[in-house]
Design a protein around this ligand. Structure first.
Ligand code: NAD
Length: 394
């Protein structure tokens, strides 16, 4: 596995080891997945009570069929998703899409995928004729998400798409429209929406443990290595915001259960060593929410920043360290005389197991995924606002 960022093992861990979604089947319209207070209370309660069990359990009761996935792009994140699916109760790998046939052949042998179910980017549309593939997992560079989501939808395949959903609002809207037109499901792979430590933090806030939340701070950054597609705006769509800052943005939205009312941002590039000819190096932004909560977030491709958030309330505080990491999440809190200090023992790739199980459960039972395209669109809209406020083009 190659390294994205130099000089920091923790950050590499954060990006190469998973997080986790919790299974919570919901019905109704797509906008219902935008983490209202009530939804998150329900989610957290379910998660805390039963962790990842409900969807897989429900699935077992209703069907023995496993949802078949074709993985598009066999890079680093796919390296977590593949074994997770193999270890899941209701999902299996039934197809691969890659520009590197040798790599695909090796993985196919490992996962029992027939060579007739290996595609490249040119013949990908032939997947329409493959009944073993129910869904695709889009694990390509950001700007390719839209094309392959839309092509997959046209082939009648459900889509689990990595974050960021797209590199523009227009693309995100087109992805949602294509999946609706084809009557297939679209889920954005927001791991933290299902991850028990994040859900417990949300539950504490919703239960009023911290009193009225006043402020949130969050960071996530890494010192990126040269040569990464993440530094190519054509492929990445932007810099650390779309890659890492999106976690802080999304966390502020799910922790508050609100949408930002105002956004103000600053960006800078300090290192003129060729890495930042296309994308920003540093970005910091502030948000106010309708309730009055203020949030302050920073991201960087020039320095390591811990992936954490801290929430300040009238009665106390909570902090999640390694909040966006695949394992080792730590929740600490102090409020009204109570103290919490706990580390989630779940190990990689448990988060991806839950993610796949949730989506498969939705596919097999015709349910709305908990993190649909509309959730990705909302982040995309916020990120455009952040870039505009910082004086950067999108
Ligand atoms: P990666 O570079 O490791 O893998 C990308 C894959 O796309 C490679 O197999 C590569 O061969 C293929 N590819 C096809 N066309 C390409 C092109 N023109 N240029 C470069 N690669 C091309 O990237 P990654 O770290 O796996 O990230 C893939 C996606 O997953 C990104 O959207 C990223 O934001 C997302 N991601 C999500 C998480 C998470 O925790 N949910 C973590 C890391 C990455």
């Amino acid at each position: 596995m190659g390294s994205i960022y130099s000089e920091d093992a923790l950050l590499r861990r954060a990006l190469h080891f998973p997080h986790c979604p919790v299974a919570y089947p919901t019905r109704g319209n797509p906008t219902a997945m935008r983490f209202t207070r009530r939804e998150f209370s329900k989610l957290a309660a379910l998660s805390l009570a039963a962790r990842l069990a409900p969807a897989a359990q429900a699935h077992k009761e209703t069907t023995t069929r496993k949802t078949g996935y074709a993985v598009i792009g066999l890079g680093r994140i796919a390296g977590h998703f593949l074994p997770a699916v193999r270890g899941s109760a209701n999902s299996q790998i039934t197809g691969l899409v890659s520009g590197h046939r040798d790599k695909a052949d090796k993985i196919a042998a490992e996962y029992g995928v027939p060579s007739s179910s290996i595609y490249n980017y040119d013949n990908f549309d032939d997947i329409v004729h493959n009944p073993a593939v129910d869904a695709v997992y889009v694990a390509l560079p950001n700007s390719m998400h839209a094309e392959y989501t839309i092509r997959a939808a046209k082939a009648g395949k459900h889509v689990l798409c990595e974050k960021p959903m797209s590199t523009s609002v227009a693309d995100a809207e087109a992805m949602i429209a294509a999946c609706k037109a084809a009557n297939v499901k679209l889920m954005i792979a927001y791991r933290c929406h299902y991850e028990p430590t994040n859900l417990k933090a949300i539950q504490l806030i919703r239960d009023g443990a911290l009193g009225q939340v006043q402020a949130i701070s969050s960071t996530f950054g890494g010192n990126i290595s040269a040569g990464e597609w993440r530094l190519n705006k054509q492929l990445a769509g932007g810099g650390p915001l779309l890659d890492l800052g999106i976690y802080s943005l999304n966390a502020c939205r799910y922790l508050t259960g609100e949408e930002p009312a105002h956004i103000s941002a600053f960006a800078s590039t300090i290192d003129h060593d060729g890495r930042f000819n296309n994308v920003e190096e540093n970005l910091t932004w502030s948000m106010t929410f309708p309730s009055g909560i203020v949030a302050s977030c920073s991201t960087s491709y020039g320095a390591w920043m811990p992936d954490h958030y801290r929430v300040y309330g009238a009665k106390g505080w909570l902090q999640v360290d390694h909040a966006f990491t695949y394992e080792g999440l730590q929740l600490r809190a102090e409020f009204s005389g109570a103290k919490i200090d706990e580390i989630n023992p779940a190990r990689d790739p448990s988060h991806f197991v839950a993610e796949a199980e949730h989506f498969s459960h939705c596919v097999e039972n015709n349910l709305q995924p908990k993190s649909p395209g509309e959730e990705g669109l909302r982040d995309m809209q916020c990120m455009v606002q952040i870039y505009q406020s910082a004086g950067l083009s999108t």
